[in-house]
Design a protein around this ligand. Structure first.
Ligand code: NAG
Ligand code: NAG
Ligand code: NAG
Ligand code: NAG
Ligand code: NAG
Length: 412
């Protein structure tokens, strides 16, 4: 059955009780909320540990996705060429992203059990704690398959292969997933009996992770939730869209919310179905064009902008007074004078989109410092760009699984 005309808002963080609000076409709405970022306000210094953690976790996350891609498709991911997926790293296999993720509510099972989820376009699996996960899942709601008449055990374990003491593992089930008033049946759910350190309640406020990329990077070898909804004709269109802002963040499933953007979308085709991988056509810094053409992955589950070290060094070289800040924030990070926040734009689908200066600046390197940390970070492991919410907060973003493309539009 298609549920095409009811617009639903689910409440934040606490429960998933869905409340019909108004009738409108163009999809179903899930309200999102955001936890703290790396600094709590412009006047407070950055949290160096959280920044180091963020880069480490993001690298591990991509390593995991590339390995799953290899396993699922039988070929190496074209972007996995450098250090990634070749090397074992002892880092957290699931994304924590420095307390800076976007949350929304879903239900799993019959009758519905409520959970809050981190909606992550940079991965593809649905993972929740199971009741057997006691210590490492403390504070999170556990998914209870025995309480669900629609739960089916697949009798298959899963395990995230990277990191030794920081593994996530458990058993796979199929169950009904309710989200924004729609339901996906026979959705594969990973019920973790062990959560990694990055999932501790203090670092990860949501109960679980809901991946929104393509099946080829699924470690459970399963359709991601949105693909299941689409395949089961629950949505009219194969598009979902995010507004990620401090306030009034929203995920629309099965369309876009026209109230949230103006003008047309600039679309970029997905170049490799796995991540939401497109071409970033260029970047400007203080009106100076930096480069033409790089592969970029659009990732709502990453906070920062991450690129290869060489490009990032060239970028900061154009800002007088900027310098590497390994001691403040970790390798790959740079500072620039706080009174000269660069104006940065990235070009996608033929159009340049500004990164708000306020967003680009992560804050002073220490309290009272005149040097601020930039949100563009270099990694020796990356030959590509990861475009996280530093960019996404300045635009309205549509992800289209039908036409395999990503669109950006100006926020209303
Ligand atoms: C690859 O996939 C198979 C199932 O298709 C699974 O049994 C195996 O553990 C996977 N290997 C890795 C390294 O993920
Ligand atoms: C969805 O709709 C298509 C076209 O109408 C139909 O072929 C398909 O069987 C439907 N799938 C489900 C799961 O209902
Ligand atoms: C966001 O909400 C908070 C609290 O409701 C408010 O103080 C703040 O001004 C809002 N910010 C914006 C940009 O609307
Ligand atoms: C994007 O892909 C579609 C086909 O899926 C094609 O018609 C279109 O020309 C492509 N656009 C660009 C800019 O390559
Ligand atoms: C960039 O160019 C615009 C107009 O082309 C101008 O208004 C603006 O001041 C320039 N910004 C910088 C930082 O040079």
């Amino acid at each position: 059955m298609k549920l095409t005309t009811t617009f639903i808002v689910s409440s934040l963080l606490v429960t998933a009780s869905a409340v019909p609000v108004t009738q409108k076409s163009g999809g179903y709405k899930v309200t999102l909320s955001k936890r703290a970022s790396f600094s709590t306000s412009e006047s407070v210094d950055v949290d160096g540990d959280a920044l180091r953690d963020h880069l480490r976790r993001t690298t591990a996350k991509y390593e995991r996705g590339f390995a799953a891609y290899h396993n699922n498709t039988g070929k190496a991911h074209p972007l996995a060429g450098k250090g990634l997926a070749k090397r074992h790293m002892s880092s957290d296999p699931l994304t924590n992203e420095g307390n800076a993720m976007w949350y929304g509510a879903i239900t799993v099972g019959t009758p519905p059990q409520s959970f809050t989820m981190d909606f992550d376009t940079g991965s593809s699996d649905l993972v929740l704690p199971s009741p057997a996960c006691t210590e490492s899942c403390q504070g999170h709601h556990a998914y209870q398959p025995t309480e669900s008449s629609t739960a089916l055990s697949l009798l298959k374990p899963f395990s995230s292969a990277f990191g030794d003491q920081s593994k996530v593992y458990g058993m796979q089930y199929q169950d009904t997933v309710g989200i924004g008033g729609m339901s996906a049946t026979k959705q594969t759910v990973g019920a973790a009996t062990q959560y990694s350190d990055g999932f501790s309640k203090a670092r990860f406020a949501a109960d679980g992770l809901l991946g929104m990329a393509f099946k080829s990077i699924s470690e459970l070898h399963a359709d991601p939730v949105f693909h299941t909804l689409y395949n089961q004709n629950q949505t009219d269109s194969g598009t979902f869209a995010f507004k990620l802002a401090e306030n009034a963040s929203e995920l629309t499933l099965g369309g876009v919310n026209e109230a949230l953007y103006t003008g047309e979308f600039a679309w970029s085709n997905v170049t490799e179905e796995g991540y939401w991988q497109v071409a970033v056509e260029g970047m400007t810094i203080n009106n100076k064009t930096m480069f033409h053409g790089h592969a970029a992955i659009i990732d709502s589950g990453t906070t920062l902008l991450i690129a290869d070290s060489t490009t990032v060094a060239q970028f900061y070289a154009t800002i007088p007074g900027s310098r590497p800040a390994p001691e403040v924030a970790g390798p790959g990070y740079y500072t620039f004078p706080c009174n000269a926040v660069p104006s940065v734009s990235m070009t996608f689908g033929g159009r340049a989109f500004e990164i708000p200066q306020k967003t680009f600046n992560l804050g002073p390197s220490f309290k009272g410092s005149q040097e601020c940390v930039g949100s563009l970070v270099g990694s020796d492991d990356m030959s590509f760009w990861i475009v996280g919410d530093i960019f996404l907060r300045g635009v309205y973003t549509a992800f289209d699984i039908e036409n395999k493309r990503v669109g950006f539009a100006d926020l209303a």
